[in-house]
Design a protein around this ligand. Structure first.
Ligand code: ATP
Ligand code: LTN
Length: 345
């Protein structure tokens, strides 16, 4: 414990840059979540001071079954560890355990304009998809997200490209608050993987749509805990096109997506993939992608089985994570309250 605190102090004095990111506990992570975000979280742990959160408060912007949300939150915590997040090296915590997130949300909401929230494409997409539950939380989702980032004075935020607009808004909120009240927040920079690194992984059944854990069609996404034979089967039935040439070209959405995935898990460039499969059909290519992904995810599946079996250890980790996160978040919240003119208790 003391050791961790010393490490935190040391990191601040050495000015290691800070990272914050979050993932919703809405299901088992997909290959899209993994390649677009979580895989990077783990890689960045040595170079940066990292804080990662299971954002269960964001998850209730869509209707959730309470028992399932509780179970999935713990599972997501174990999944993050299975993907390589070390709860001693990084701070890994559950969002609702740190009340400052809800508190910051109110203050920041009062410096965010209705107009800017109305322009968020995720809000438009999700409200079209869930027309029976267009709640205020769904609308102000990006404010809660801005608070997550700003409370920790994060310099860098690793996310998939679908979150770019939200991050842009978080930057605007930070700059506006700093302009009104004096320097309070670090203005965060996005960290988005290159296209080949998997910035946006598309659905296997409709390659014009992003792969998403909340998709009703199980064939559309590869889950990081899928068994190897299931993964291979999903890739074999992936939608492609009526041609037969494996090459990255506009209009070949299905093949482009498979090439992106293959490149992200093997490290091969698009040119070398095109060379490897010249003269071969889509069948061979799909099988190779499936096998490469299954192999890539095998250690994650093994790690997960180990972590989820030890609930006591998980609880110890998320309690400690919350304590460490809270200390940092409360410092910023106090500063915010002072700046806006709230009387100190
Ligand atoms: P949901 O389906 O519940 O909306 P989601 O699968 O979109 O969830 P989130 O929890 O919203 O996942 O996102 C977690 C991280 O994964 C974010 O950084 C997001 O940018 C990234 N991400 C999600 N889907 C993809 C994808 N298809 N390709 C690349 N990155 C992705
Ligand atoms: N909205 C994000 C999840 C998220 C997040 C964050 C990401 C919530 N708070 C803070 C980065 C930083 C999403 O992935 N859908």
């Amino acid at each position: 414990m003391e050791n961790t605190e010393n490490k935190e102090q040391l990191q601040t004095s050495e000015r290691k840059k800070r990272i914050f990111s979050g993932i919703q506990p809405t299901g088992v992570f997909t290959l899209g979540n993994y390649l677009g975000a979580v895989k990077n979280w783990s890689k960045l742990q040595d170079e940066y001071d990292c804080i990662y959160s299971i954002v269960n408060m964001h998850a209730i912007t869509l209707r959730q079954d309470p028992a399932e949300l509780r179970r999935r939150t713990i599972e997501s915590y174990a999944l993050a560890m299975a993907c390589g997040i070390d709860p001693d090296k990084s701070i890994l915590f559950i969002q609702s355990h740190v009340p400052a997130h809800a508190e910051a949300n109110w203050v920041l909401g009062c410096t965010t304009q209705f107009g800017e929230l109305s322009r968020m494409t995720q809000f438009k997409d999700k409200s079209a998809k869930h027309a029976d539950n267009i709640n205020a939380g769904l609308f102000t989702y990006p404010v809660l997200m801005a608070g997550d980032i700003l409370l920790y004075q994060a310099d860098v935020v690793p996310v998939g490209i679908d979150q770019k607009q939200h991050l842009e808004l978080a930057r605007n909120i930070a700059e506006r608050f700093n302009g009104l009240y004096g320097k309070t927040f670090t203005v965060p920079e996005p960290y988005i993987p290159s296209a080949q690194g998997g910035a946006k992984i598309m659905s296997l059944t409709d390659p014009t749509k992003k792969m998403s854990k909340s998709d009703e069609n199980p064939r559309s996404c590869v889950l990081i805990l899928d068994e190897p034979n299931v993964i291979i089967k999903k890739f074999k039935s992936a939608i492609t096109d009526s041609e037969s040439e494996v090459c990255y070209r506009e209009g070949k959405d299905g093949i482009n997506n498979l090439m992106t995935i293959y490149s992200a898990v093997t490290g091969f460039s698009f040119e070398s993939i095109e060379r490897e499969f010249a003269g071969k059909g889509y069948g061979d290519f799909k099988l190779a992608v499936g096998e490469a992904v299954a192999e890539h995810l095998a250690p994650v599946r093994e790690n997960y089985a180990r972590y989820i079996a030890d609930k006591g250890y998980l609880e110890e980790c998320y309690k400690r994570g919350a304590e460490r996160a809270e200390r940092i978040a409360n410092r910023t919240l106090e500063k915010m309250y002072k700046k806006v003119g709230f009387v100190a208790r």
